[in-house]
Structure formats: C-alpha cells, structure tokens
Design a protein around this ligand. Structure first.
Ligand SMILES: Cc1cc2nc3c(=O)[nH]c(=O)nc-3n(C[C@H](O)[C@H](O)[C@H](O)COP(=O)(O)OP(=O)(O)OC[C@H]3O[C@@H](n4cnc5c(N)ncnc54)[C@H](O)[C@@H]3O)c2cc1C
Length: 386
C-alpha cells in the first residue's frame, strides 16, 4: 500500500474492540480466499467455527480478481462476475499476439465474491470477528483482542505466514514476487498483458477490464524491483489515471502446508502459482482440501495428526508442477526482453498449442475438485444437474 493513499478499512475500533477470548472447535485465521474456502467446507458440520481477520470480510482487495470462469461456475459464485474474456492479448516490444483460450477468464468483484462465499459457509455455529493475529504458542493464537484456542487451527493469513514459528518471511530476501495495480474507472474489451522490459525486467504488466473499472498493474518476479513507477507509466500509456492503488507481496515457492499442528492454505503455504501469479483459484482449491480434512476430523473419521499428514501430502503432490512453473518463471526473467520471448509468445497464437498448454495449466487445480467434497452441492448446480 502506498503511503498517502491509506484508506480507512472497516474493522472494530475503539470501545467496540472488546476482549475476545474463546475456545472453539476450528479457528480459521484469515477471511480471504483460502480462509473462506475452508469455512465453506465446514458448513453444516455442527462444529463451532470462528473465522477472524483484521478487517471485515471483503474489505481489503489486494488482487486483480481474475479467475477461470469455470471455477466461478463450479463454486456457484457467478453473481460476483464483472467481465469475461476468452482471448488474451499479449504485447511484447516486437509484436502483439492473440491467444485463444480453451476456457475463459473472468474478472469478479472482491467484496461480492467474499460475501457469497461467506453465505455458503453460513451455519448457526459459524462466527466472524475482526482481530489482528500477532503470533501463536502451541494451539493458542494471540490476537490484539485476546487469546483464542482451538484443536484445529488454520493459517489463511497470506504471504507473511504469521502462524509459523519456524520460518520468518522477510522481503526482499524471501522468495516473493510483488505486484501493484491501480483500478481507475473506465471500460475496455480486451484482457491485455505486456511482456516488456520497459515496464518490468522480470515479470509482466496487465490491464484487465472489470465492468466499469480497469485493473492495471505490474508484477515483478524479483522482489527488489520497484513496481510503482512502471504501474503509473503503464496507466498513463493506456490513457488512464493512476487511481486506487492496491498491492502486495506474492509467494512464488511452495511451502509446507502443515507444520507444528497448524494447517496452512493459500499464500501462507505458497500456493500461488509461480510464473502467472494466479493465486485465487489455488487458495480456494487448497482451502477446500483443508476444510475437507478438518471435516473428517470433526466427524470422527480421522485424527488431527492424520489430517495434517494427509493435507500436507496432498499439497506436496503438486510440488513438481510448482517447480516447473518456477523454472519457467526464472527462465522468463532471463529472456523476457529478447526476441526469443517474443517468438514463444507468438507460438501460443497456434490454437492447438494454446489449448494444450492452458488445459494442462487448468488441470493443476481443476474446477471438478469443487464437486468432490461431502458438502452438499450448491442449489443452482443441483438444479442444473437435475
Ligand atoms: C496486485 C496483485 C494482483 C493479483 N491478481 C491476481 C489475479 O488477478 N488472479 C489471481 O488468481 N491471483 C492474483 N493475485 C494473487 C492473489 O491475490 C493471492 O494469491 C491470493 O489473494 C491469496 O489468497 P489468500 O486467501 O491465501 O491470502 P490473502 O488474499 O492475502 O488474504 C489474507 C487475509 O488475511 C488477513 N490478514 C493478514 N494478516 C493478518 C493478521 N496478522 N491478522 C488478521 N488478519 C490478517 C488479510 O486481511 C486477508 O483478509 C494478485 C496479487 C497481487 C499483489
């Protein structure tokens, strides 16, 4: 977040920030994509689930909010959709290419998507509170409002991995990418990417229209490279004001998904995909997997230790794909400004190549996974299936 543009976020302040000390069955820390996906899988379990976040749900968007449309469909979240694209327009210094995708990307509204996920998680035993997590001792989580305790604790707190006592993650030395974008009012018809060292040496820049605003930004694979100046330059280049900054660090290396009795999902576990920095789909995917393991423990089907081991192994089973993407990310850092990069980008104009590559890419976290849980099918999907 850029100094001087710090908005006031909704959270409990002053006298309303009462003491919060609680024992519950499941404590989900973080109410963004990963945390809400975990909570969604616990709906109807009868467990006392407490979800906490430093801000109210949906309050702080950090992402451009692009996701494969099939994921929105599978999760019954189409109500948050703003705009869809089945073509990617990719600019290099030498040419502009058009990639026909075998599936479309959609831009969604962060607040609306979070509200929908939360409503899917709703059950009488589910509660939300605003609290800032400061650390953990065993299964007691320290917050600015008091201590919370649960036998099942989830860290969905994002890149900082707050609940790990093993690894301190400190930019710019940690394996993190960084991204910053503006979202001025405006309309557009194309989902555009720039692979152009004039904006960023290792990384990419984007302009994604989302209804009545555009999300224009720059991502760097190298954490020491600054992204504000090129973001402003790109916004001006496409004729837009640099309004409404939002940015964050983005992990690009898989981390341990279970550690010291705690479940980690989403950016806290390094689940964001390297190379593309697509981390929403994967945060939800691993959040669902985590929620299913927790549910099995609550229903007596397995012990917490078994669930930790199974979830950790599930996450690890994706390691080869993450390593492959990280290798491609590193290679791109070497060749980005060259004609070779432009030739590769051009190669994707071949529809069969694009179909194969993007189908493989979607299969890393496929939408069919949504229907694999024991949680009941959302009513709309049930109606479609009937
Ligand atoms: C500029 C930018 C654009 C991006 N665009 C896309 C995109 O278009 N598509 C895509 O798939 N991915 C995108 N990403 C990546 C994506 O945003 C992340 O991978 C994704 O948000 C991870 O979800 P998460 O739930 O794990 O963590 P987060 O979304 O980071 O959520 C963490 C939650 O924890 C809360 N929290 C953090 N610390 C504390 C604390 N100490 N106490 C209490 N609460 C706390 C936060 O308030 C937040 O609600 C983008 C990233 C950036 C930076």
């Amino acid at each position: 977040m850029i100094a001087g543009h710090m908005p006031v976020r909704a959270t409990k302040r002053g006298e309303r920030r009462t003491r919060l000390e609680r024992d519950c069955d499941v404590l989900v820390c973080g109410a963004s994509f990963a945390g809400l996906a975990v909570a969604r899988e616990l709906a109807g379990s009868g467990a006392r689930v407490l979800v906490i976040d430093r801000y109210e749900i949906g309050e702080r968007q950090t992402s451009a909010c692009a996701i494969p449309t099939v994921w929105l469909e599978a999760l019954d979240l189409l109500g948050s959709l703003r705009q869809s694209f089945d073509e990617l327009v990719v600019h290099t210094p030498f040419r502009t290419s058009r990639w026909q995708l075998p599936w479309s990307f959609s831009m969604f509204d962060y607040r609306e998507l979070c509200a929908l996920l939360w409503s899917q998680a709703a059950s009488p035993e589910l509660e939300f509170e605003t609290a800032t997590v400061t650390g953990r001792e065993g299964l007691t989580v320290h917050t600015d409002r008091g201590e919370l305790h649960a036998p099942l604790v989830v860290d969905g707190l994002g890149w900082r991995r707050v609940l790990s006592n093993a690894t301190a993650i400190q930019p710019p030395n940690a394996p993190l990418s960084r991204g910053l974008e503006v979202h001025p009012e405006g309309r557009g018809e194309e989902m555009e990417l720039w692979l152009d060292a004039r904006y960023i040496r290792a990384g990419y820049s984007w302009s994604f229209p989302a209804g009545d605003e555009l999300r224009v930004g720059v991502g760097s694979f190298w954490p020491s490279h600054r992204v504000k100046e090129p973001t402003v330059r790109l916004a001006h280049h496409v004729g837009l004001a640099a309004d409404g900054y939002q940015g964050n660090w983005i992990p690009h290396q898989l981390r341990r998904a279970s550690e010291d009795g705690v479940f980690f999902a989403g950016d806290s576990a390094g689940h964001c995909l390297p190379l593309t920095a697509e981390g929403i789909r994967t945060a939800i995917y691993f959040g669902l997997a985590c929620g299913r393991e927790l549910r099995a423990v609550l229903e007596g089907g397995r012990t917490r230790e078994q669930a930790l081991a199974r979830y950790g192994a599930f996450s690890d089973s994706h390691a080869r794909k993450y390593r492959w993407l990280l290798g491609a990310q590193r290679a791109m850092g070497q060749i980005n400004p060259s004609r070779a990069a432009s030739a590769i980008v051009h190669g994707f104009e071949n529809r069969r190549v694009a179909t194969w590559v993007f189908s493989q890419y979607l299969a890393i976290a496929p939408p069919s996974f949504v229907g694999d849980g024991s949680r009941s099918t959302p009513p709309r999907l049930a109606a479609l299936a009937a």
